[in-house]
Design a protein around this ligand. Structure first.
Ligand code: ADP
Length: 634
């Protein structure tokens, strides 16, 4: 071993320490995955080298055959993984093997509970990568040299996985990375050719590089050569280049874990070879769960881009719209040039047509999942439904298709879960119903009991109940589905169309006439607070209700805008009264103008509360109510 110079000891970033601690204590049930993670990194390193060598062939230093070699030493209790990929410089080793660069990591760590079971679930979501070496090793040595640097500029990184690591500059003749795992007591089983071969076959068969182990000789060993003979253990061809029928489900699943840095299986995938004007292969996956940074603006997203099998970049986000940012996978194009850059991708018309084709593929895959595996689709919806709801605003062309994938809570389903598809809703629609009715609000409990639903309950008409923050905004982009328009039941002058009989309508008009005097009195009592007062046909049980003007912002949008500090245009509600309610009858007969005004204000405020709004002057409400209560008990 050559001399080590510029030796220093550095501390791990706090998050690394937390991750290491957690990993050692919670990933004990599936230890062998450390090898998958390290092989995955080595394969990425080979991809990176091949990519950089496109512009600088000298980086290959004459050795173009990229591979991974795995050896072990039973006596020394070590397992060694060596690649001839891009390698690490001293600075890179310090940066990449001492910190975690993912944004939002510190935030993520705060979610850890100390409960090992829960945390091991979380940690899978985060991805452990290189640090998983410490699941089986109590000391890890990394010897590396970045391609293009001199042999004297190698780095030796070493750590026991506790608080710190050492780095030193060493001589390293070959470019690439060698990782030596000093196995913990009790983990010696991994220093075994048969075991390693099995793990490689199980998790890393899909890796496109050859993974070699020394050939083993059994029985009569007199023929055993003195030189090591290497044997490729994996299939060593890019998985997506194989035919669909040749690839087993398990292989698709393991490949997913490699590209997505996920620990769990995907929910679904779609593998397609496109030939004709454009030629490319895509392999797209729907993950089984949301990554911790799904809602972070700068979080990485997008596909792994290859051009004619050569890796070009990670996180190519030009191939799918933002509302499908959770999709992982690979796209391998035959049309793009090998020196394609992000800037070129953004302008290339080829990308536009690939993007729209890939978008369709994903939507088709989701449709299939919904149809064939409703339970899986439920999981999908729980994890990604909110993101998919961004779709109709972003992707006009696929609006109808996206709408068919949406799921809603509804008065037709007591579970309160978002499980009703628009097609289900229409299939159950009443005779003569040509609208899709919905109500938005803060919480399920609130909308479920909203007075706005009274007439719908009476007539047995289903109403969709929308309580996600994004819902009102979503509905402003969805005007119809399957030719039926959406109607917000809290908005405007509710017209039930054919669902109200001619007699109903006549009766409503007649009652409205008899209450004209009351309506006028209410208008002057409530004054500026209301846009309009009218007789309602929305109500059966409640005395009064607030409707939103046809063009006005709803409560949810108003609150979102207010919270983000924007000026919200002023809008006044429409106050509707239930002429059949005893309180309204009493009000109509109230001769005392002051009591009339008090009662009107109380009814108005109550209607605002029932709509989930807050009162402008709560103290005045309480005073008026108390005044009435005192009179009552007097
Ligand atoms: P991730 O792979 O998710 O980025 P890891 O913790 O697995 O996270 O690895 C951290 C970084 O260390 C990698 O992004 C890469 O830059 C570097 N690295 C790990 N293994 C190798 C390797 N065999 N060759 C070169 N660089 C590597």
């Amino acid at each position: 071993m050559s001399v080590e110079t510029q030796k220093e000891t550095l501390g791990f970033q706090t998050e690394v320490k937390q991750l290491l601690h957690l990993m050692i204590h919670s990933l004990y049930s599936n230890k062998e995955i450390f090898l998958r993670e390290l092989i995955s990194n080595a394969s990425d390193a080979a991809d990176k080298l091949r990519f950089e060598a496109l512009a600088k062939p000298e980086l290959l230093e004459g050795g173009a055959e990229l591979k991974i070699r795995l050896t072990f030493d039973k006596d020394a209790k070590t397992v060694t993984l060596e690649d001839n990929g891009i390698g690490l410089s001293r600075e890179e080793a310090i940066a990449h093997l001492g910190t975690i660069a993912k944004s939002g990591t510190a935030d993520f760590m705060k979610h850890l509970t100390g409960d090992q079971k829960k945390d091991s679930h979380l940690i899978g979501q985060f991805g452990v990568g290189f640090y998983s070496a410490f699941i089986v090793a109590d000391k890890v040595d990394v010897y590396s040299r970045r391609a293009g640097l001199a042999a004297s500029e190698g780095v030796h990184w070493s750590s026991k996985g506790e608080g710190d690591f050492e780095v030193a500059t060493v001589e390293k003749a070959e470019r690439g990375t060698r990782i030596v795992l000093h196995l913990k007591a009790g983990e010696e089983e991994f220093a075994d050719g048969w075991r390693l071969r099995n793990i490689v076959k199980k998790y890393s068969d899909h890796i496109a590089l050859p993974i070699e182990l020394p050939k083993e000789f059994h029985g009569e060993e007199k023929d055993k050569p003195t030189e090591v003979e290497w044997e490729t253990v994996n299939r060593a061809s890019a998985l997506w280049t194989r035919g669909r029928t040749e690839v087993k489900d398990e292989e698709y699943q393991e490949f997913y874990k490699h590209v997505a840095h996920d620990f769990e299986n995907p929910l679904s995938w779609s593998h397609n070879k496109v030939e004709g004007k454009l030629e490319y292969t895509s392999l797209l996956y729907v993950p089984g769960r949301a990554p911790f940074d799904l809602y972070q603006r700068e979080a990485p997203r997008g596909l792994k881009l290859y051009v004619q099998r050569v890796f070009i970049m990670d996180q190519a986000d030009e191939f799918l719209p933002l509302y499908l940012r959770f999709i992982k996978g690979v796209v391998d194009s035959n049309d793009l040039s090998l020196n394609v850059s992000r800037e070129i991708l953004q302008k290339d018309p080829v990308i536009d047509s690939m993007k729209s084709a890939l978008t369709k593929r994903v939507l088709d895959m989701l449709e299939k999942l919904a149809k064939n595996e409703p339970e899986q689709y439920k999981t999908f919806w729980k994890n990604f439904g909110q993101v998919l709801k961004e779709g109709p605003a972003e992707d006009f062309a696929n609006k109808e298709k996206i709408a068919s994938l949406l799921r809603f809570a509804s008065t037709g389903d007591d579970s309160g879960e978002q499980s009703v598809a628009l097609a289900d809703y229409l299939a159950r629609a009443k005779e003569g119903q040509d609208k899709i009715y919905f109500l938005t609000g803060e919480t399920h409990a609130q909308v479920k009991n909203s007075p706005h639903l009274e007439v719908f309950r009476k007539k047995g008409i289903e109403v969709l109940l929308l309580t996600d923050r994004i819902d009102e905004w979503l509905m402003s982009y969805l005007s119809e589905f399957d030719g039926k328009s959406f109607v917000d039941v809290a908005r405007g002058d509710l017209d039930l169309g054919k669902l109200d009989s001619e007699e109903d309508k006549k009766a409503q008009e007649e009652i409205a006439k008899t209450k004209e005097g009351l309506v006028e009195r209410l208008k002057s009592a409530l004054g500026e607070q209301v846009a309009q007062v009218r007789v309602s046909h929305r109500l059966t049980d409640s005395p009064a209700i607030l409707a939103i003007g046809e063009q006005d912002l709803g409560l949810q949008m108003r609150q979102i805008l207010e919270a983000s500090g924007q000026k919200v245009p002023e809008s006044k509600p429409i106050f509707e009264i239930n002429p059949a309610h005893p309180l309204i009858e009493k009000l109509d007969g109230e001769p005392d103008e002051e009591r009339f005004a008090d009662l009107s204000h109380i009814l108005f405020d109550q209607a605002a509360l029932a709509a989930g709004d807050s009162l402008k002057d709560p103290a005045a409400y309480v005073q008026r109510l108390n005044k009435l209560l005192v009179e009552l008990s007097a």
